[in-house]
Design a protein around this ligand. Structure first.
Ligand SMILES: *Cc1c(COP(=O)(O)O)cnc(C)c1O
Length: 403
């Protein structure tokens, strides 16, 4: 079966795909239809936090699958209620609104922020976001995604958007004082914008500005959440207190699920009829989300995770210092890592392909940044395997550049 040909014939080509058809996933590895094995350092874009076929996920899948799959929002939904309670207990006092995806979480946040301006934020309008941000691709979310090749010339909803440089606290203070926006929304580590972590001091500064000016502080944890950076949510490294937390990706244990944690200032603004969706929260996704939390909240898991994060950064750091002409300083936090190459887009893409031939899957973002989003279950041997292969590729690149 030529899956590549059939894909081209029948599926709209909004993604440039690797010509590999997947047959199976197991632990930190994927297998293609020819039985070739790949170390998965991409995890379906930070979705499969526990790798593939994790026993806790499989158990939840079977138990919930045998009970019920979908009930709609007319009934009480125990798996979702339990997940919401646990998310609140681990973050801020408030309530959860569930969605099916990240973009829908952003859409819900936009509507909630709008409700807030009508209720309490009189005279305020608009949302402050950062240059190169990514908050989703539906039209409302796209307005907040500040990457020109993503937003292009698609239609734009009319609400004001203030696009600021990451790190410029002075400008943010000025905008919050003079323009009176309703909210600031940011990713604690810009993901597709180049794996750029925001300094804790900057985040704390934003928290203070928001508090002083009464502006809502919203954090997009869609990619950084669920343990990705070493804490359950990345904002927790900085000790700030957001009003809204957007989540998705890993929260459904591999199935679609997202949402907004709405803090006390906004938790009761949506009334019946104000917003909704048929599918979310999927009881099955929520059951899997609870299984993910069971693991992430286990102190033994957390110790192991921190250990492998330290080891990965140590080994990568050694690699960078060995090849300073080819590798720029590492970026990111925890299991969200960017390795910027001093190379052309073509060389970066060839490096990705060569790693793939050796059985290692990495992503490349912003053309020349090798992006790692490994499973949180990564083992030290997996790190060794990657570092060895990456080292050989960098060596080859160095040799090619010498010629
Ligand atoms: C992936 C992502 C989104 C969009 O989520 P989808 O489920 O793809 O709609 C929004 N924000 C961030 C930070 C993301 O990484």
């Amino acid at each position: 079966m030529d899956w590549r040909l059939l894909d081209e014939q029948y599926i709209v080509s909004t993604y440039k795909r690797l010509p590999i058809a997947i047959a199976k996933g197991e632990g930190n590895y994927l297998y293609d239809t020819h039985g070739k094995r790949y170390l998965d350092l991409f995890t379906g874009l930070a979705v499969n936090a526990l790798g593939h076929s994790h026993p806790s996920i499989l158990r939840a899948l079977r138990e919930q699958g045998e009970s019920f799959l979908h009930i709609s929002n007319v009934f009480l939904n125990p798996p979702a209620i339990r997940l919401a309670q646990r998310l609140i207990e681990q973050t801020i006092p408030g309530k959860v609104f569930f969605t099916n995806s990240g973009a829908e979480a952003t859409e819900a946040a936009i509507k909630l922020i709008h409700k807030w301006t009508a209720a309490e934020g009189a005279g305020r309008a608009g949302i402050v976001v950062l240059k190169n941000s990514f908050h989703g691709r539906t039209l409302g979310a796209l307005r907040l995604t500040r990457q020109p090749h993503v937003y292009q010339d698609f239609p734009q909803p009319a609400f004001p958007v203030y696009e600021l440089d990451a790190g410029d606290l002075e400008e943010l203070r000025k905008v919050c004082e003079e323009q009176r926006p309703a909210a600031v929304l940011l990713e604690p580590v810009l993901g597709s914008g180049g794996v750029v972590p925001l300094p804790a001091l900057y985040l704390q500064g934003i928290g203070e500005v928001c508090q002083r000016t009464g502006t809502l502080f919203a954090i997009d944890e869609i990619q950084t959440g669920m343990g990705r950076t070493g804490k359950l949510f990345a904002y927790q490294h900085a000790g700030v207190r957001p009003d809204l937390i957007l989540f998705a990706k890993a929260v459904g244990g591999g199935l679609p699920l997202g949402g907004v944690i709405a803090g006390e200032r906004v938790q009761d603004l949506f009334k019946p009829g104000d917003h909704g969706t048929t599918f979310a929260p999927s009881p099955l996704s929520a059951a899997l989300g609870n299984a993910v939390l069971d693991e992430l909240l286990d102190p033994v898991f957390q110790t192991r995770l921190q250990d492998v994060i330290d080891y990965l950064w140590e080994r990568l750091g050694q690699l960078v210092s060995r090849y300073p002409k080819l590798l720029q300083p590492l970026r990111g936090k925890g299991m969200m890592i960017g390795i910027p190459l001093h190379a052309s887009a073509e060389e970066a893409s060839r490096l990705q392909q060569n790693l793939l031939d050796k059985g290692i899957l990495v992503d490349v973002t912003q053309k020349t940044i090798v992006r790692l989003l490994p499973p949180l279950t990564l083992a030290r041997q997996d790190v060794d395997r990657f570092i060895e292969a990456m080292g050989r590729e960098i060596e080859k690149l160095a040799a090619a550049k010498e010629e």
